[in-house]
Design a protein around this ligand. Structure first.
Ligand SMILES: [Mg+2]
Length: 359
C-alpha cells in the first residue's frame, strides 16, 4: 500500500486566533509581533493576517518596516499561552482521524492516513472532513497538502493557501516537483541554495540531472539525500510522539515473600530513586505519590497522598512513600511486591534551582 500523508498547516495562525477572538479585528490587517512604537520599534512580525499581506507585510519582516507599509493595521503582542492552548485542541482533532500525528510546529503537523483512506478520492474526502471539523470546533481554517510522502505534502499544503486542499497523486509527483526552485525542498536553506546555484542548479529538474556521487562529493550526506528527494523519493516516516506519561512507577516482586521492615524500606528507597531519575529524565514533576503493596495471598492495596506542590525529589518521594508504608501496611503479613509511583504529572519548572531537583 502506498503511504498517504497529510501536511496540515493552519492559515496565518496567530493572527487568525486573534481575529476569531475579537470581532473588531476581522477583515482588517492584523500584525502579531513586536511593538512597532510608531515605526521606531525593534523586533519582527511573528504573523499577520491575509489583509496585512496585501500591504506586502510578511512574517519575519522588521516590525518598523511593517508599520511603514501599513500604519493603520492592528498591532498586537503575541499571546503564546493562548496559541498553544488552541494548538493542543487542534492536535486532539488530528488524533480523532489517525494515531499517526507528528507535530512540527505550533501550527503544523504531518498525519499518516494510509490506513484511513484507500484511494485518492477518499483521501480528499478525509482532508475536507478534517478541515470542516477544525473549523466547526475552532473557527479557524487550515490548509492541507496530500501526497505519498512528507516532502511533497509539505509543498502541497502551501499550494492553495489559505483554506486550501491540494492532492498530488503518486504519478504526478515528478511533474509537480520539477519546475520548483530547489529552496522548496524542506531542509534546503539559503546556504545549500547558494552552493547549488554556483553549480547552476536552480530548479528541482536541474538538480535531478546531477549524478548522485557528484552531489554527495559537493554537499556531503545531504547531497545524497537530495538526489532522492529530487525524484520524490522520501521515505521519512511520520513519527508520532508517544502520548505523555500519566504516571511513572517502579515496583519489585521479591523472590521470597518478605516481612523484614528494613529490607522493605531499603527496597522502597531504591524504587523512589529510580522514579525520581525517570521523572528528571522526562523533565517532569508530580503531585501524587502512590504506594502499592501485594501480600503473599495476592491481595493488593494501593494508597496515595497528594501534596500541594509537585516534586521530582527522591528524598521527598521517599519520605511520603515511607509514611504510607508505615501507616498502611498490616504488620505481620508477608509482602510479595512493593511499588511506588508518581502521578498528576506536569512539566518541571525551569526556574527550580538545580540542586533542589537533585537528590
Ligand atoms: Mg501556518
Amino acid at each position: 500500500m502506498r503511504p498517504i500523508i497529510f501536511h496540515v498547516d493552519m492559515d496565518a495562525f496567530y493572527a487568525s486566533v486573534e481575529q476569531r477572538d475579537e470581532p473588531r479585528y476581522r477583515g482588517r490587517p492584523v500584525v502579531v509581533g513586536a511593538d512597532p512604537k510608531e515605526g521606531r520599534g525593534r523586533g519582527v512580525v511573528a504573523a499577520c493576517s491575509y489583509q496585512a499581506r496585501q500591504f506586502g507585510i510578511h512574517s519575519a519582516m522588521p516590525i518598523s518596516q511593517a508599520y511603514r507599509a501599513c500604519p493603520q493595521a492592528v498591532y498586537l503582542r503575541p499571546d503564546f499561552a493562548k496559541y498553544s492552548r488552541v494548538s493542543r485542541a487542534i492536535r486532539k482533532i488530528f488524533h480523532r482521524f489517525t494515531g499517526q500525528v507528528e507535530p512540527i510546529s505550533i501550527d503544523e503537523a504531518f498525519l499518516d492516513v494510509s490506513h484511513q483512506a484507500a484511494s485518492a478520492s477518499q483521501a480528499l474526502e478525509l482532508g475536507a472532513r478534517l478541515k470542516r471539523e477544525i473549523y466547526q470546533l475552532q473557527r479557524l481554517t487550515a490548509s492541507i497538502g496530500i501526497a505519498p510522502c512528507k516532502l511533497v505534502a509539505k509543498i502541497a499544503s502551501d499550494w492553495k493557501k489559505p483554506n486550501g486542499l491540494f492532492l498530488v497523486r503518486p504519478e504526478q509527483v515528478q511533474d509537480f516537483l520539477d519546475p520548483l526552485p530547489v529552496s522548496r525542498i524542506w531542509g534546503v536553506g539559503p546556504k545549500t541554495q547558494e552552493r547549488l546555484e554556483k553549480m547552476d542548479i536552480r530548479t528541482i529538474q536541474e538538480l535531478r540531472k546531477m549524478e548522485q556521487d557528484d552531489l554527495q562529493e559537493r554537499l556531503g550526506k545531504f547531497g545524497r539525500q537530495l538526489w532522492f528527494l529530487a525524484r520524490g523519493i522520501d521515505e521519512r516516516p511520520v513519527r508520532s510522539q508517544p502520548r505523555e506519561a500519566k504516571s511513572i512507577s517502579q515496583e519489585r516482586t521479591f523472590a521470597q515473600d518478605v516481612d523484614d521492615d528494613q529490607l522493605l524500606e531499603d527496597t522502597l528507597e531504591q524504587l523512589c530513586l529510580k522514579v525520581a531519575q525517570r521523572l528528571s529524565q522526562g523533565g517532569l514533576m508530580g503531585k501524587t505519590t502512590t504506594l502499592k503493596l501485594r501480600y503473599s495471598d495476592f491481595t493488593t492495596i494501593t494508597r496515595q497522598v497528594s501534596s500541594r506542590f509537585p516534586t521530582c525529589s527522591a528524598r521527598e518521594i521517599q519520605s511520603t512513600a515511607l509514611t504510607l508504608l508505615r501507616r498502611y501496611r498490616t504488620p505481620g503479613r508477608r509482602i510479595r511486591l512493593i511499588g511506588v509511583g508518581l502521578s498528576n504529572l506536569e512539566a518541571e519548572n525551569q526556574d527550580t534551582p538545580r540542586q533542589l531537583r537533585l537528590f
